[in-house]
Design a protein around this ligand. Structure first.
Ligand SMILES: Cc1ncc(COP(=O)(O)O)c(C=O)c1O
Length: 398
């Protein structure tokens, strides 16, 4: 990996907001340009050469994704606009027809809004029950609490593999195996994990997986929903239109296109899908194992340095991802973030779209989220600014 691949890093910006979105390497932007400048045609429609080229490039990405997440077939890969769209497809295209009144769905209060709100809305309509697995004092989910939360009515478990506020890495493999052996469907929100470490859809007994391209060096506006092959026939489209049907007539007869095309109505985000392919090729070239080891080293260093600042309260000392959430005594998280911005350091402040954590007394933190292009030097600089922060605010107030 070459930091020069990321033009923004040459501007002096220290980018520590990778959980929100990552930077894009030049090869990803080049792939978008190539599409728009060299073969900008629609897919699955044209018989001419450039249209056929784009068809092949687009469908190649499905195979690239299949290999990347280790599912069984490219048919299981549905392109969406991102994790949010994927979970909405799961909830309103599958669960709407699967869940019955009194069934239980297990979530946690550390989930992102995208993995809570669709469930809340459908639960109101259908009358299934949402249960939240209790979190420990570092807002992590222990396997034991998961087990204690399961009942004979549990039909679905939907959890992030890594949470976005405290970076809790769940034991996906163990939970997946438990669910598979107890006839419980298991959805993994992979938004914060797929970009950072290997996920094995088949081995981990995952039934549904959602993730976003823009959090893994890819473009915005594209993501994936992976569904276990034998469940595909139970998934109803939520969007109808061109590209998703083989035929229809005025008497309401509709013949759907074969999966996965029937779930990709309208012109899909073609450039973005190609960009996602370029991003995955880029990550594969570096190696997800190399990425996760390097991030582990960076995170340990960051935690060690942050812990030495007496006025900093860290909420997730035992984080097992590159996400660290903290507060600075006497200074609001927004002010910390604004002040760091004056030194060209980008961090996020607030609730990070996980507003149920407020109910467990965690609100408005400063979040640093690392990626493989961050460095020890950047962390040192960040710590040196944090060290003077209380003085800056004293001066401002006096
Ligand atoms: C854990 C998690 N799930 C879902 C999402 C939503 O992703 P998107 O906005 O790309 O749809 C995010 C975004 O931050 C996230 O961190």
């Amino acid at each position: 990996m070459n930091r020069d691949d990321f033009l923004l890093l040459n501007t002096g910006v220290i980018y520590f907001d990778n959980a929100a979105t990552t930077l894009k390497p030049k090869c990803v932007v080049d792939s978008l340009n190539d599409y728009y400048l060299k073969y900008s045609s629609n897919i699955h429609r044209g018989m001419y050469d450039i249209a056929k080229t784009v068809d092949l490039l687009y469908e190649r990405v499905r195979f690239v994704v299949k290999e990347f997440v280790h599912c069984s077939s490219a048919k299981e890969v549905i392109f969406t606009s991102g994790t949010t769209a994927s979970i909405n497809l799961l909830v309103f295209g599958f669960m709407k027809y699967y869940l019955k009144p009194g069934d239980e769905v297990l979530l946690s209060k550390a989930e992102h809004a995208s993995n809570i709100l669709p469930w809340l809305v459908l639960a109101k309509e259908i009358g299934f029950i949402i249960k939240y697995v209790p979190l420990n004092k570092e807002y992590k989910l222990d396997y034991e609490s998961f087990l204690n939360s399961v009942s004979s009515n549990t039909k679905v478990v939907s959890l992030a593999a890594v949470t976005n506020v405290v970076g809790d890495k769940r034991d996906i493999s163990r939970i997946g195996k438990y669910c598979r052996s107890h006839n419980i469907l298991f959805h993994v929100d992979g938004a914060q994990s797929v970009p950072h470490e290997v996920i094995n859809f088949n081995l981990d007994c995952i039934d549904f997986l959602s993730f976003s391209g823009h959090k893994m060096c890819g473009p915005t506006g594209v993501g994936c929903f992976i569904i276990r092959e034998d469940l595909i026939s139970m998934l109803q489209p939520v969007f109808y239109g061109g590209g998703m049907n083989d035929d229809f007539s005025s008497d309401s007869n509709l013949v759907l296109a074969d999966p996965p095309n029937c779930y990709e109505a309208g012109t899909p985000p073609i450039a973005e899908v190609l960009g996602l392919g370029a991003a995955i090729d880029y990550l594969n070239d570096i190696g997800l194992d190399v990425i996760s080891k390097y991030e582990e080293m960076l995170k340990k260093y960051l935690l060690e340095k942050l812990s030495s600042l007496s006025f900093v309260k860290i909420f997730n000392h035992s984080t097992d991802s590159g996400i660290v959430s903290f507060k600075v005594d006497g200074i609001s998280s927004n002010d910390v973030s604004k002040c760091l911005n004056d030194f060209h350091i980008c961090v996020r402040a607030g609730n990070h779209c996980s507003k149920l954590l407020k109910e467990d007394s965690l609100s408005s933190t400063v979040r640093v989220s690392l990626y493989f292009y961050n460095t020890i030097l950047e962390i040192d600089y960040f710590i040196s600014i944090l060290e003077i922060l209380p003085n800056i605010f004293k001066v401002v107030e006096s």
